[in-house]
Design a protein around this ligand. Structure first.
Ligand code: MN
Length: 500
């Protein structure tokens, strides 16, 4: 469902007319070569397109305007091979609406010690040309990513890769539609927020449909369609005995399939990229959607429960960032703790809705009672999640700003079987340690709902926060509480002074 290959980032090189035709030709040859190398780099998720060298305020303005209006252009990589007086960039940078990466590189890796002369010096002067450009962006208070290093250095390519993925997710949010079935869970604070401000800041809209609108679509699902999906369940998962076609709860499996088909149809018809539901508002649905949500998330839809539209949108964004990478991203909730000395950890899960993309092995498809919601027993996929590096991310509404909070964690293998736990689950140890990680999260107001990622790094989310122009707080290996408290206080001041 998510394909990044259609997206383009533009490689724009700045210069000026001062150097004469010969030098400018050489600049263009070098730039083309660099852009082509990035475009062909193995891990580059999008196309990198060379654009003609810009040498005047008019050319710079025109390329920025063209980037704004080119649908598939998700951002600009800018590099000053020579000196490009930065007042020329003011007009263009003022109107540029796409993310900007400043690549601080140089065509030659090494100084040619034996042959270097003033011609070489005049051609290869990004060491100071890029400083002039950097000043202008700082002077204009523009958020951008700065990547430093030789363009053939693998770490440079990797940083571009990360930024391109974040830019694709940012692009995906612009004009995106998210639907809520029912409202926010009654009285819950952190899942709520300002949807008008979110649309202004993030570009996506959130609108509500009564659950009856969805129930009507589900009621029109044909028996034959249900047969087909039940067959897919049967061939994809380990079906519990009672759900098999002669089992006592076979009808519940058919009900679950019917919900999935109707839900997918509703999302497609409305061109929605994600959704929320709530167990408090299920009129017309026989069971809370479980397997349906787990499978739709796996297809790329954003989801969060209890009306949590901010997390649903974040799940979608992180799925776009991670498109094509091994591992997955899922809606998650810090559920319960293991406080054993020396082995403290969090058990993450939800009532049902953990994305299949993070499953370790073949999930089992089971049915169990659900204590809340007052509906029939819901069908769900149950699985464990592999050990390894991971993170949790959360967007909260602080009233005058949004905050993106990230906690790096280490997932651990379940050390004991959990035979009676009827939901998918993950075990992780937060960085820098359980006490500090959890205290920092609480102090920063992080939600109980998150997006759990196995394949994104904090860098993806930091780049994304820069594009959105929102606060970013990382809780990682280097976090200490006094420093974090100060950071939160200082950020408070910054965002009071820079509201728009
Ligand atoms: Mn929840």
């Amino acid at each position: 469902m998510i394909n990044l290959e259609k997206f383009e980032v533009w490689f724009v090189t700045g210069s000026q007319h001062l150097y004469g035709e010969e030098t400018l030709k050489q600049v263009a040859v070098h730039s083309k070569k660099i852009a082509a190398a990035f475009n062909e780099a193995k891990h580059m998720p999008v196309q990198v397109k060379f654009k003609p060298v810009v040498k005047s305020p008019e050319e710079i303005y025109a390329i920025c305007q063209e980037a704004n209006t080119t649908t598939n252009c998700i951002g600009i990589i800018a590099w000053m091979h020579t000196f490009s007086p930065a007042k020329m960039w003011i007009g263009g940078l003022k109107i540029l609406q796409k993310p900007l990466l400043h690549l601080h590189t140089q065509f030659n890796r090494d100084i040619p010690w034996g042959s270097i002369d003033m011609d070489f010096m005049n051609l290869n002067q990004s060491a100071h040309g890029d400083r002039e450009f950097g000043f202008m962006m700082s002077r204009m208070r523009l958020n951008r990513k700065v990547v430093v290093g030789h363009w053939q250095d693998e770490t440079v390519v990797q940083q571009l890769n990360v930024w391109c993925r974040s830019a694709a997710a940012w692009h995906d949010w612009q004009g995106a539609r998210f639907v809520r079935f029912g409202d926010n869970m009654r009285y819950v604070a952190v899942t709520d927020g300002d949807k008008v401000e979110a649309e202004m800041k993030f570009g996506y809209s959130v609108n509500t449909h009564g659950i009856g609108d969805l129930a009507a679509v589900i009621s029109n699902v044909k028996e034959k369609e249900i047969d087909n999906l039940v067959e897919i369940y049967n061939s994809t998962y380990k079906l519990a005995a009672s759900l098999k076609n002669n089992g006592s709860q076979y009808q519940s499996l058919r009900d679950a399939a019917k919900i999935e088909i109707g839900l997918r149809r509703f999302l497609k018809a409305g061109n929605f990229k994600g959704f929320t539901d709530t167990f408090e508002d299920l009129h017309g649905l026989v069971q809370l959607p479980g397997i349906a949500v787990q499978r739709l998330m796996n297809e790329g839809y954003g989801f969060a429960a209890e009306g949590d539209w901010k997390t649903a949108a974040l799940v979608r964004a992180m799925k776009v960032m991670a498109a094509g990478l091994p591992g997955g991203n899922s809606f998650m909730e810090d559920y319960t703790y293991h406080f054993e000395p020396g082995n403290k950890m969090v058990l993450g899960a939800h009532m049902l809705e953990i994305c299949e993309s993070i499953a370790n092995g073949k999930p089992s498809c089971e049915i169990h009672p659900l204590g809340i919601g007052g509906k029939a027993d819901p069908v769900r996929l149950v699985f464990n999640v592999a050990a390894g590096a991971a993170l949790n991310a959360s967007v909260i509404d602080m009233g005058n700003r949004f905050r993106l909070l990230v906690n790096e964690v280490e997932a651990v293998k379940p050390q004991q079987p959990l035979p009676k736990l009827p939901v998918a689950r993950v075990l992780w140890k937060p960085y820098p340690d359980m006490q500090t990680g959890c205290a920092a999260w609480i102090l920063a107001g992080g939600a109980h709902h998150t997006c759990y990622s196995q394949n994104l790094t904090a860098q993806h989310l930091e780049d994304f926060a820069e594009m959105a122009g929102i606060e970013y707080v990382l809780i990682g290996k280097a976090t200490n509480l006094p420093q974090l408290k100060n950071e939160l206080r200082w950020n408070e001041m910054y965002y009071q002074m820079n509201r728009y």
